[in-house]
Design a protein around this ligand. Sequence first.
Ligand code: ADP
Ligand code: MG
Ligand code: MG
Length: 891
Amino acid sequence: SAYVFDFTQGSKDQKDLLGGKGANLAEMTNLGLPVPPGFTITTEACRSYLAKGKEPGELRVQVTMALRHLEDSLDRRLGDRHDPLLVSVRSGAKFSMPGMMETVLNIGLNDASVIGLAEASGNERFAWDSYRRLVQMFGKTVLGIEGDRFADALDDAKKAKGVALDTELGVEDLQALVQLFKDIVREESGRDFPQHPREQLDLAIRAVFDSWNTDRARLYRRRERIPHDLGTAVNVCTMVFGNLGEGSGTGVAFTRDPSTGAPGSYGDYLENAQGEDVVAGIRNTLSLDDLKGLLPEAHAELMTVMRRLETHYRDLCDIEFTIERGKLWMLQTRVGKRTAAAAFRIATQLVDEHLIHEDEALDRVTGAQLAQLMFPQFDSSAERQLLCKAGAASPGAAVGKVVFDSAAAVAAKERGEDVLLLRRETNPDDLEGMIAAVGILTARGGKTSHAAVVARGMGKTCVSGAEDLDIDVHLRTARCGDITIVEGDVLSIDGSTGEVFIGAVPVRPSPVVMYLENGLEAALVDADEDTAALVTSVDRVLGYADEIRHLRVRANADTAEDAARARYMGAEGIGLTRTEHMFLGDRRVLIERVILSDDEDRQAALDALLPLQRQDFIELLEQMDGLPVTIRLLDPPLHEFLPNLTELSVRVAVAEANGYSEAADLKLLAAVQRLHESNPMLGLRGVRLGLVVPGLFGLQVRAIAEAAVARKKAGGDPKVEIMVPLVGSVMELHLVADETDGIVHEIAAREGVDLHIPIGTMIELPRAALTAHRIADVAEFFSFGTNDLTQTTWGFSRDDVEAEFFATYLDKGVFTVSPFETLDADGVGRLVRIAAEEGRKTRPDLKLGVCGEHGGDPESIHFFHSAGLDYVSCSPFRVPVARLEAGRAAI
Ligand code: ADP
Ligand code: MG
Ligand code: MG
């Protein structure tokens, strides 16, 4: 099969085969943009190599042909002793994996061609600098030699000469370095640096294939949930040179600000530099405006290219470019990563620019991003001491103890501490530490540095390029002016402003939450430009979602206060009110009597509870006037309302030992012992309680009905629904419904008020799901209790398993995500579908909802949409996320 494609042959839609980088290089080539010619070796070749341990047979010949074609078109030969063609060998998987894979530049240089390059370019220093880089990169990434060996030798050379920058090294220094590097290669790898250009090329290609399976790459993929079997493509690209002195350089740019989403391009440029120099933070970079001053024509072309890319991709693009003696070359583009705030702003900007429709705008943001924007931020009115200000690389407010390396971060995390990882700059070796830390602070590098890119991808707070910080990794200190920070000191970093504070700064709610709670107008008062643009965009995008979604969004709320918050967040009702908290505190003695007493005393306790419970419901219904409120009858096991068995046993034993004992205590103990269950989750709870304890559900129904009457008489519009938990058989529901109807009718008649209170059930047992067609005879609605349904379907108790073995299960791949976080669509989801379908067969207008925590989980919401449910119900804070995702599900 064909394993090699010329850049002129592919397109951006071939990421599976050509990888992201290769597909986009091809796309740019075909757009007529200035891309150095080259070819891509497919991911299929890589997969074959990884499976068989050797390159597929046809690959060699195909590379030869592609290379010959390239040489002919440029009229230069790879590694020729006169004017040699040089290439880069670059990895590029389907999903961008920043810094995970290896790239080798300047392939084709050797002892002879370096002289040819010097002659052809008229720049001897450049030629030897390029050769020095090749031996270094090749040694490190292809031959696996510790990178520090080379970096240290380079530092020594600079020190010996008394200079600070690479660019200050002359021809002879570089020649000496090449020799030194070649010695290091021989010493460390036991072989000479390969002089033959084709051998360099083949070894580099193989190294790219191999890099797919490094620990770093595997860790990154696990975290990002990228499959391990995709493989990477390899791009072989004609070298262009940014290290040819003034008038040359290399840069990275974004077509819009990836951090705030502000319009206008943003970039870093480094003169006389090659490859990673610009992102490695070795020298301070220039802005695109500076570039305009230096090279106006190249700058103008760059602007044209960026506009072209934006209109073509209809999205924010990030690019890598090089300028060789004033001529612009494009080396990479892709739809750029961005912060959550930038995602919302850019989506609405593109709608305004008529590049995308509203539906597409919705598709460009995620519920997870919205959730991130709802995180708290530092309180700017609090007293705080600024340590320094640097690049705002990834937003958020992080407070933690300082550590100086990855291992310390991981260890601290295991101790349960929040830490900030402080590094001069990060590289892929720091990944574990970055994951363990709550925030990252670097002394070097801009918004495009490794630290910034990776942190943004993880949604982790990052401040980068704090030049004032002098970090000493060995002493584990950081100096800033005359302040010294030692390991364990607490700092606060603000990834939205780039500020670093000494000590722990208090945090305040996000502007998006303020907007949700108080409305857009209020949020715009006193807002700065970025904040105003952000909340306006969020408001618009939520508007798009609300317009097209089929799923209604309700909230789980137990109190009037929660209900108020839910309403602000856009809840269209309450899907679950738990009543158990209404029996705690002072009321606990009363419920104890309901459980333990004989008829007469029980009735007295019930009578005392009635007005209390009624008042709870009145307040709730008032808050949610006009919107549906689903109240669940008492669910948890009875013993939760009784004293703890062990404590009570001890008390009684002590009393007996002291020669006295209270009859009441003994009676209580007997009851507690009788009601003690070894599996309370599967015991006397839910509807079972209602059927076993006389008058209990009746009390609740009475309180609900009377509350509804009170609201109606007060001119309100109560829409209350009664929900019965843990039903497994229609007969259970039938018995409760009978009693309920009787009570509701009695009250309606007594009060002269028209009262209809729908009664429905939770579907949280497999048997309920499987007999849904019968249950729907009685139930007017179903609400899937997916927490219990997950527990009962899998047969495990959440509290026990999450602590015990989930980590192992996740590790071994039994789950890719906890089934309590994202609904298990195959198993539990199947029961949901069955119940929904069969319930509606019996009762076509059966209302279907969800009130488990899955109701606020993006992936699960998409499932519920596809299962045809009417609403999801989640915690008030998740309501906006659910609105957004319900909209996205409907696109
Ligand atoms: P990454 O995926 O880590 O960005 P790249 O393959 O893009 O790795 O390359 C690393 C660096 O080398 C980038 O800065 C890129 O622009 C530069 N580079 C790659 N190929 C060439 C080339 N043919 N000429 C000049 N610079 C190149
Ligand atoms: Mg790149
Ligand atoms: Mg339940």
